[in-house]
Design a protein around this ligand. Structure first.
Ligand code: FES
Length: 88
């Protein structure tokens, strides 16, 4: 085992799984969000990772936030961005 790097202060895992009955699969929004992070100079502070099902399937964007260790549901990409700005 070897250490390969230190994590960023905030890491958001966003479900992009496409499942019938759930609307988590916003792959285009994941790309948009990553671009927004870069354009706003936040790359050293936050990492965004797309994941498969986080177990809270629903109508909105499901995220797990580290190091808070909390799951959130966001109604829009705008809400995710506001959360990031507030958290940093
Ligand atoms: S499919 Fe997204 S949380 Fe289950």
């Amino acid at each position: 085992m070897r250490r390969i790097g230190e994590g960023r202060p905030l890491h958001i895992f966003i479900c992009v799984n496409e499942r019938a009955g759930a609307h988590c699969g916003h792959r285009n929004e994941l790309r948009t969000l990553k671009r927004w992070v870069i354009e706003n100079g936040l790359l050293s502070k936050i990492q965004i990772t797309g994941t498969t099902c986080l177990g809270y399937c629903g109508e909105n964007r499901v995220c797990w936030v580290y190091p808070e260790n909390m799951f959130y549901e966001f109604r829009s990409l705008k809400e995710v961005k506001e959360f990031i700005k507030k958290s940093l």
